[in-house]
Design a protein around this ligand. Structure first.
Ligand code: ARG
Length: 300
């Protein structure tokens, strides 16, 4: 089977591997919100990746981020830009700004005072965009950092940032079931540092980032999940975005890239090493405006 990808990539021939799906994987166009790292820096530390004594090369961060944005666009995805604000060095991590599904949007409430002002900044932008049912979270909620929509279910993390009360708030607001998971390793402080959604039914994740009870729950819910190696996890390889076929992922996650390919996905490797200095990667920079999965299903 031969698949053609957008110009710039080599034409890839995918052999029929045992994990290859019977029906080839189909990408679907996505809508993303991103924030240019004009004010990106590491001058405080709220996760173990952040070392304020290790200088950030902002020009390099901008270049890497621009490559991510243009790659999304080259693959047919729409990117809307939120202006960054001075004094908010982590605002580039748009995934933390909220959760948007269909006509409902819940803007974030951050754990740390250093990021608190990002909640209202993003909220204002969402309001200007005319998102109809827009509400600010009452509970500590770091948006898509900790809430992952997989089909008609939301996987949610607690342990370092978002609270269990936030999980219940999200469940009520979106009227979708929320499965609470507990993170236990401070390097994997957000759900999206240890897990990515691949399609409506499947995920890739790093089990050691989760409590024993959460690992059991995940093994039952996703018996066919792709399990990442330590080497993938420690480069934040799971912090990726999948459009159904193409997986935008750190180019350092070499095991994961190989495994994804074996499962019929097209991994697109990206270098976000400057943003990694703040504990961020591809997914952290990307908030998705999700269609309501219930409506998409009815329309199909
Ligand atoms: N320095 C940021 C923080 O600790 C990084 C956030 C990364 N975002 C994400 N979705 N994981 O909050």
């Amino acid at each position: 089977m031969i698949r053609a990808y957008p110009s710039g990539d080599t034409l890839t021939s995918v052999a029929t591997l045992h994990n290859e799906p019977a029906i080839p994987r189909q990408p679907s166009p996505r809508r993303f919100v991103m924030c240019r790292p004009d004010h990106f820096d590491v001058f405080y530390s709220i996760n173990p990746w952040m070392d304020p004594t290790d200088p950030v090369d902002r020009a390099r961060a901008l270049d890497q981020w621009e490559t991510l944005r243009s790659t999304f666009e080259r693959y047919g995805h729409q990117v809307d830009l939120v202006p960054g604000e001075p004094g908010l060095p982590d605002m580039v991590f748009a995934a933390n700004s909220g959760l948007i599904v269909g006509d409902r949007a819940l803007s974030a409430r951050f754990t740390h005072p250093e990021r608190a002002a990002e909640g209202p900044a993003y909220h204002r932008w969402f309001a200007e965009r005319g998102l109809t049912e827009l509400v600010g979270a009452q509970e500590v909620n770091e948006g898509e950092g900790d809430f992952l929509l997989v089909g008609e279910r939301i996987l949610a993390a607690t342990g370092f940032r978002s609270s269990v009360a936030a999980h219940r708030e999200v469940e009520r607001f979106f009227d979708l079931p929320v499965v609470s998971l507990e993170l236990v390793d401070p390097r994997f402080y957000h759900l999206d540092t240890a897990m990515m959604a691949l399609d409506d039914e499947n995920i890739a994740y790093f089990p050691p980032a989760f409590s024993a009870a959460s690992r059991t729950a995940l093994a039952e819910l996703y018996p066919n999940a792709i399990v990442a190696t330590d080497a993938d996890a420690v480069v934040l390889g799971l912090n990726g975005v999948c459009d159904g076929l193409n997986v935008f992922v750190s180019d350092r996650a070499v095991d994961l890239i190989e495994t994804l390919r074996g499962h019929g996905y097209n991994p697109v490797g990206l270098d976000l090493s400057e943003l990694l200095k703040a504990g961020g990667g591809v997914k952290c920079c990307t908030l998705e405006i999700h269609d309501d999965p219930r409506i998409a299903e009815n329309a199909a």
